[in-house]
Structure formats: C-alpha cells, structure tokens
Design a protein around this ligand. Structure first.
Ligand code: FES
Ligand SMILES: [Fe+2]
Length: 372
C-alpha cells in the first residue's frame, strides 16, 4: 500500500502537483477510500419525504453496506444496518411501509425503533439478552429535510462540520424544507468518482466546454470559496440574454453551487426556488454513477423548471461527462502521471484551488490525518 500512496501533492497549491493518475485507476486506492472516506463521512441517502409517515422505509447502499432508513411511531427517522441480529438475513428490501419489522428467515420481529420484539422459543436461549438482539443503529442526520447517514458512530454532526452551510442555503431558499423531488436522472460514467468531482470544482473549463453556460453567467464575478468541508461557487447572472433553455438570470441574482465533502453537490439557480442535487456513487475504480435530483416547491415544475431540467440533462451534464470520460482515458495513458494546478489568488473562475482543496481532503483521509 505504501507505494500506491506515492504522490507529489503539497499544501501550497502553487507548488503542488495534482493527485497522480493511479489514484484514479487503482483498486487498492478505492478500497482504502471505501474504508477511510465512504465509511467515515456523511453520505446523502435521500429526501425525508421518502419516509413521510411512521413505518415508511427505504434501503440504501454504501458499497457493500446495506442500510435501512425508517420512520418510527414517535416520528423519529432512524437508520439501521439492514441485517437481522439472529443469523444475518437481510430484513427489508427496496422501499415500503411496515407496522413491525419481521425477518423473512425465522420471523424474529423488531419494533420500528430497532428494539427486539419477539422470536419463537428465544426464552429457551441461555442468558438471552433482548438488548443484544436489537438492530444496529447507523448515525443519521436530517439536514434541511435531506437525510445523511454516516457509518462512523463518532462522526461530528454536519452542522458542526459545516457551520455556515444552513444559513448560506436559507439565504437563497428560506423555505428549503418544503422542497419536493420532481425528477431524478441517472448517468453511468466511465470515470473515477474523484474525476467527476474534480470537474465539478473548477470553472476553468467553462469558457471552453460550456458555451451556453458562460453566455448566462457574468464570469468576471465568478468566485470559488473553499470552507473546511464544503466549497461554494458563486456568480452573478448576465441579465437580459434569453437563449433556449437558459437559466433566466437577472443581473442582480446569483448562482450558487455548493459541494459537500465527499460526493454531494447542490446547485441553487436564481428564479423559481429549487435545488439541483448531484451525487456520485463509485462503482469501480473507473466507473461511477451520477444522480441528478431536481427539487422544486411542487412535484409539477413550472415551464421554467422543466427548461432547467432539460438544459442540465441535454446540454450541461453530457458536456461534463464527455470531459470526465476523456480525462479517465488520459489517466490510463503511459504519457501522463500528474499535473499542476492553475491558481489565481483572486479565487476567480480560472482558478483550480477548489480541486486542490478537495485533493487535500482525500489525502488527509487516506493518510489518516485528522483535521478536526
Ligand atoms: S436470521 Fe432473522 S430471524 Fe433468523
Ligand atoms: Fe463543467
């Protein structure tokens, strides 16, 4: 493992090299990321509306770990490992509603809060402790009605890790809890998950690759501001332009994008209140799934909302996926090992300091450096 961790990254972005190419292709690195990043950080699982009444549940996978998210009779949303404490059968599948959780193998039952209920002849088990037969909880945080889970029981809450995040979102959408999912789209990408995030965290490529996007954005106002565990990208709209599928930005309104360590991004467009959520699920070192979820105040978006979905789905996302997949092929080239970051001290659109910040978080996690 030690050799696989070789890199020329430095804390000073102007002296640093990027993460080397094998970080984007190696099975060993992905396995280490699974343990040190995905099993120890807040992973977006879905919106609380999926479990809107007691008994409603859905399952969610973090690599090989199957998690059940369920609302209790007391209205509290909890997460458990989806495994029976008897002999390890999975308890529930997909999504649905239960009055009681009943294991399909030998029919042990559990209350919605994970407490053991009953099992045939368990009274004959010597020293049987009911508390040893409860479901194993998983750390959960419902943040603005978005559900996050963390397999690390000692993880810092999101609100502590990202202290100014709620206020930043609320300034744009005061009634953010009222958003509802209108559309979800899945993209299969031939690229490492970090490659997809790298591309998201800079707009150096926007002038070249996103001609329609830069027509609507005042690129001179574009700013990339890393906080410890999230990165905000903001810019003003250009105002009067009106191209098909445009974002309809008035000049005084701002576009806000927030990336949250490790794999989630929220885009808040001016105009109709809404959030576009993007999250990445690693499949293998060189394959990922990207999900886009469009949240508006109503399940039936306005025409403006549909335009925004169409633009993301037909223009912006295909443009980015094509870049990411070309980079992935390049990362396998014998002619490339690592590169340099273009850094602008003004944190403008041409600067890649956001990517450097992200790479620092990846290395801290893999090298076991605790920054908090
Ligand atoms: S494994 Fe669940 S009741 Fe036996
Ligand atoms: Fe892009």
């Amino acid at each position: 493992m030690s050799k696989v961790m070789n890199h020329r990254y430095k804390a000073d972005p102007q002296e640093s090299y990027t993460l080397p190419s094998h970080f984007y292709t190696s099975e060993d690195i992905l396995n280490k990321e699974k343990e040190e990043i995905f099993y120890k950080n807040w992973i977006f699982a879905g919106h609380a509306e999926k479990v809107d009444v007691p008994g409603k549940y859905f399952t969610f996978q973090v690599f090989d770990q199957n998690i059940m998210i369920i609302r209790g009779k007391d209205d509290i949303i909890r997460a458990f490992y989806n495994v029976c404490p008897h002999r390890g059968h999975e308890l529930v599948e997909g999504e649905g509603k239960k009055a009681v959780i009943s294991c399909p193998y030998h029919a042990w039952t559990f209350h919605l809060d994970g407490q053991f209920n009953q099992g045939r002849a368990v009274d004959q088990i010597k020293n049987f402790e009911q508390k040893e037969a409860c479901l194993t909880p998983v750390n959960i945080e419902v943040f603005l009605n978005f559900i996050f889970i963390n397999l690390d029981p000692n993880a810092k809450p999101i609100r502590e890790m990202m202290p100014s995040l709620e206020e930043t979102i609320r300034t744009k959408i005061p009634e953010v809890e009222n958003l509802t999912l209108a559309k979800r789209i899945r993209y299969d990408i031939k690229g490492n998950w970090k490659n997809v995030i790298d591309n998201y965290l800079e707009c150096h490529h926007c002038q070249v690759a996103h001609p329609e996007f830069v027509k609507q954005i005042d690129m001179s106002s574009y700013q990339i501001n890393p906080q410890e565990y999230y990165i905000a990208q903001t810019s003003r709209g250009k105002g009067s332009c009106s191209i098909p599928g445009d974002l309809d930005m008035a000049s005084d309104e701002t576009y806000l994008s927030l990336w949250l360590w490790p794999t989630l991004a929220l885009d808040i467009m001016p105009g109709e209140p809404g959030i576009i959520i993007m999250y990445i699920e690693p499949v293998s070192p060189e394959e990922s799934i990207e999900y886009l979820e469009f949240y508006f105040m109503s399940k039936e978006p306005t025409e403006e909302g549909w335009e925004s979905i169409k633009y993301q789905d037909e223009v912006l996302t295909p443009e980015d996926i094509s870049l990411v997949e070309s980079v992935q092929r390049g990362l396998r080239s014998k002619g490339y090992t690592d590169g340099r970051y273009v850094i602008d001290k003004e944190k403008s659109s041409i600067s890649e300091h956001g990517v450097h910040h992200f790479h620092g978080l990846v290395l801290n996690a893999l090298e076991g450096v605790r920054t908090s």
